[in-house]
Design a protein around this ligand. Structure first.
Ligand code: C5P
Length: 220
């Protein structure tokens, strides 16, 4: 499958998100809804994206007892999200509960993606790999990682284990606070299944044009 672009909807509320979705219509097919927007707008934002025929990556990084994560996963699936994530550090029972709960809504099971170690925390490559292996062993579909780790992770975990890569910056954009950046084309070549792009699109004078440029660059 060709690499998909996920636009991070990092805006404060439903109105701003709706305006952005209107401007980006016909371009990106995936949108990431994170803690900030979901806490403000709730399930309505997922319905807004779905109503436009696009897919939602619900980035809430679940981490709780297995029973609670299973229930939340089922609710996410019932809402119609296509992908959600959990902290791998929550353990194998919790990760299995996320997969099981995600399959209990009577809809297609969303992809369940693991967060290994937050980039804000120190980690060795071995720590990241151990958590990614545990995620795969628990039936998860993939991990969030830097595109710089993509070649090694695909080698260790297999081509079918999905890699979702933030920290992407086209050569023409500001780097902001992302330090270990990779261009969209380099991420595609490294084997990313999904790239997550926020500010280079959101902060551009013309977000639709910026998204088009990213998509063109991905296609090479
Ligand atoms: O604006 P930018 O392109 O940096 O946005 C990247 C998105 O991916 C943000 O929503 C950010 O929270 C998320 N993310 C990240 N780095 C990680 C995990 C998630 O930038 N390691």
């Amino acid at each position: 499958m060709p690499t998909e672009l996920i636009v991070a909807l990092d805006v404060p509320g439903l109105d701003e998100a709706g305006r952005l979705l209107d401007r980006l219509a016909g371009g990106a097919r995936w949108f990431k809804v994170g803690l900030h927007l979901f806490t403000a707008a709730g399930p309505a934002i997922v319905r807004e994206v779905r109503a436009r025929g696009a897919n939602v990556f619900l980035d809430l990084k679940l981490h709780d007892i297995p029973n609670t994560v299973s229930s939340a996963a089922r609710s996410a699936a019932a809402l119609g999200v296509g992908m959600f994530n959990v902290h791998a550090s929550g353990g194998e029972a919790m990760m299995r509960a996320a997969v099981e709960g995600g399959g209990r809504a009577g809809t297609a099971r969303p992809l369940v993606i693991a967060v290994t170690i937050l980039t804000s925390q120190a980690a060795t490559e071995a720590d990241v790999l151990a958590l990614a292996r545990a995620a795969k062993a628990s039936g998860l579909d993939g991990v969030v990682c830097s595109a710089r780790e993509a070649v090694a992770l695909k080698r260790e975990l297999g081509a079918g284990f999905k890699l979702v890569c933030p920290g992407i910056r086209p050569a023409w954009s500001e780097t902001g606070d992302q330090k270990r950046i990779v261009t969209p084309r380099a991420a595609v070549e490294a084997g990313a299944d999904y790239i997550v792009v926020g500010r280079p699109i959101l902060a551009a004078p013309d977000p639709a044009e910026a998204a088009r440029r990213v998509l063109d660059e991905m296609r090479g």
